[in-house]
Design a protein around this ligand. Structure first.
Ligand code: UD1
Length: 312
């Protein structure tokens, strides 16, 4: 089968591309390299066809979709705080870009589009764990764009017959996550701070919690979503079903690294949610998904990867 992975030079996308190749599929990556990096695909060089363009360029998206059996759409502005500073830009890439991908997939008769949605769709509602049947209530422009992407995917299913699945990823982490921006995922920030001999910075009291999901679990769920019967038109949580506070993750990191993982506490970040945890029973039932790498094991693998590759 031929897969097009938008955002395939990014952190999650490059892991998906790698696993698809390992399974013997043909892979094209569509990425404007705004946050993705060619270096993420360096170990796959010569095996992946790279289209360097933005999902906002509808003609280029259509060209890349031609001949694809499945499209996995990850290309996005992924940061919650950045979406607060740059809502129009985030909306343009995440909403217009997603619609471009869906329409191109329709026109080129792609079998199914799998869309990387987000747990941020749930917002601040207190009930945990989050179930897909709960009313979405995003509290950041980013969360809104990801929810709109799901709605567009479903509407393209209804009105054009385009098969679609949306996956609400919960705080993905692992090797190749870019730690260098102030918007980077918290675990990549904590780990590289410790490697640099710096003090990790916690925004708030550190008692906020997340369902941190190791990237291999997300890859597994995403590839299942491409083919699972009965999945089209649906939204699935992709997490582990557990949650850890930032203070707990620092204690674990201290244990794994043997370093002093004491944090500096700064004021909380606007747009942040307090707690997040997935109910993954729907993904278990319909996708046959089972998170095979537990949080601590994922954290250990991630620490080891940064410790062996990271240079300031
Ligand atoms: C993350 C994802 C987002 C995804 C969402 C739901 C990233 C960059 N963002 O958002 O794409 O849709 O999960 O799965 O991966 N924090 C610190 N210190 C730091 C950095 C962050 O204390 O140096 C705190 C934040 O204030 C927040 C928590 O850690 O309370 C998690 O932040 P972050 O990793 O940015 O993820 P989310 O905002 O949850």
């Amino acid at each position: 089968m031929r897969y097009l992975v938008t955002g395939g030079a990014g952190f999650i996308g490059s892991h998906i591309a790698e696993e698809l190749l390992r399974r013997g599929h043909s892979v094209a990556v569509f990425d404007d390299l705004s946050s993705g990096k060619e270096a993420n695909l360096a170990h796959l060089a010569g095996k992946v066809e790279l289209h360097k363009a933005s999902v906002c360029d509808s003609a280029k998206v259509a060209g890349a979709c031609r001949g694809a059996d499945y499209v996995i759409h990850l290309a996005a502005r992924t940061s919650v705080p950045r979406s607060i500073l740059e809502p129009v830009e985030t909306n343009h890439v995440n909403v217009d870009g997603t619609l471009n991908v869906l329409i191109a997939a329709r026109d080129t008769k792609v079998k199914r589009v799998v869309f990387a949605a987000s747990s941020s769709a749930y917002g601040e509602t207190p009930a945990l764990p989050k179930k897909e049947s709960m009313e979405p209530a995003p509290i950041s422009p980013y969360g809104v764009t990801k929810l709109v992407g799901e709605l567009y995917a479903q509407v393209c299913g209804r009105v054009y017959g385009l098969e679609n699945v949306s996956l609400r990823y919960f705080n993905v982490f692992g090797p190749r996550q870019d730690p260098t921006s102030q918007y980077s995922g918290v675990l990549s920030r904590f780990i590289t701070a410790l490697l640099d001999g710096q003090t990790p910075v916690v925004f708030g009291d550190g008692e906020q919690s997340r369902d941190f999901t190791y990237v291999a679990n997300v890859v597994d769920a995403t590839l299942r979503a491409c083919e699972a019967p009965g999945a089209s038109g649906k939204v699935f949580n992709v997490g582990t079903g557990e949650r850890f506070t930032l203070n707990e993750t620092l204690r674990l990191l201290g244990k794994i690294s043997g370093k002093n993982a004491k944090a500096k506490y700064d004021p909380p970040r606007t747009g942040d949610i307090r707690d997040s945890q997935a109910d993954i029973s729907l993904a278990r039932k319909i996708l046959g998904y089972h998170p095979s790498v537990a949080f601590e094991e994922g954290l250990k693998r991630t620490w080891e990867w940064y410790a062996s590759t990271y240079q300031k």
